[in-house]
Write a protein that binds this ligand. Sequence first.
Ligand code: PMP
Length: 447
Amino acid sequence: PYEHMQKIREQNISPSLRMYYKKPLLLHQGHMQWLFDYEGRRYLDLFAGIVTVSVGHCHPKVTVAAQKQLARLWHTTNIYMHPSIHEYAEKLTSFLPDPLKVVYLTNSGSEANDLAMFMARLYTRNFDIISLRGAYHGGSPYTLGLTSVGLYKHSVANGFGCSTVRFLLIFLIIWVTVYLNISTVNISSILKVLCVCHANDQYIEQFKDTLNTSVPKTIAGFIAEPIQGVNGAVQYPRNFLKEAYQLVRERGGICISDEVQTGFGRTGSHFWGFETHGVVPDIVTLAKGIGNGFPMAAVVTTKDIASSLAQNLHFNTFGGSPLACVVGAAVLDAIEEDGLQKNSEEVGTYMLLELAKLRDKFEVVGDVRGKGLMIGVEMVTDKDSRHPLPGEEINQIWEDCKDMGVLIGRGGLYSQTFRIKPPMCINKKDVDFTVEVLNTALQKHME
Ligand code: PMP
């Protein structure tokens, strides 16, 4: 079936969907941390469908809950009541601190971040949203403005950078605003999204400068991931987020924590990434691990901020379907019953220590970083320059790991970082296997 499927891909499937590996994997089945291909080969899944399969592939509890609900009722949309959305909202918010108690259910992380931005703008009546260099907040046209990972951004950045397009866009905004009587808060600020840069000691000073010079009076919000995911488990300098939140709030902006990758116990020490920074955001956005692979997402905020949206009808056809809510609740149960947050901490710490031994052994392993089961291993030409290892060399190591049965993600501005973010049910034996495989692949690279 492989060649046949390749042919269909070429003809009928979006060419922007890029496959991993020279010969893409044709997968058949999954069980907890394991994936199986059609030839019966088993792979340890260290990327979890891009940090999404939080509790394990086809986790029995989640699967049974979904099956039961599938036979009962899938979808009603939100014009009727059904118990599961109430049960889920109550349960989800029991994991969040006050005042984060109002839930909006959406279908993807991009949608959740779109909504969070929209709320920030309506609530503050301001325009600008600040995001950080290296951030990834989504692939929708709105959130792409916040995303700075170049691979995803090119067309939009170039498009908006081009003066003709910019002129047409401004014209369109004026036209839409005047003729359709839509508030400019909603749309015009798409041109004003900013990024600040440089992860170094002067980070907070640069952040302050950016606020003072670019958005002294017009800041609506600041969005950041507690650990940058797509950028390769990049962590901020100590206290950066705390100080940044304070600066933003002093200027009337609100703070959004994008927990799409860091939520649900993945960082180990805490259930949410923001807790590791000692801050409480005004809005959190959740996706990926929230549904263990079922498409669902959420925005959770305060009563005050939620009320800014309540002036108008805000509607999402699929958000909060009975099926999604039942799956979401079963995922929360599984995290608690299987002790997965604690496991993330224990197994993640062990993994970081074992990988650090590879960093000490191989010149090309420039950095091992992260927290819990959110780990980045950066591949470099040498530890002094820390230039990214050339793509073909990284690819070879990565392909070799796959051939030995370990699937690893890629990230970073140059795709130079191996991303290890497995289902949170992996154990220390899996770590030993991973380290052995990586060691063999790196050894081969050195020869
Ligand atoms: N935020 C973060 C931190 C993400 O990593 C992603 C997806 N990689 C998104 C938002 C967007 O989520 P989705 O692909 O579900 O729209």
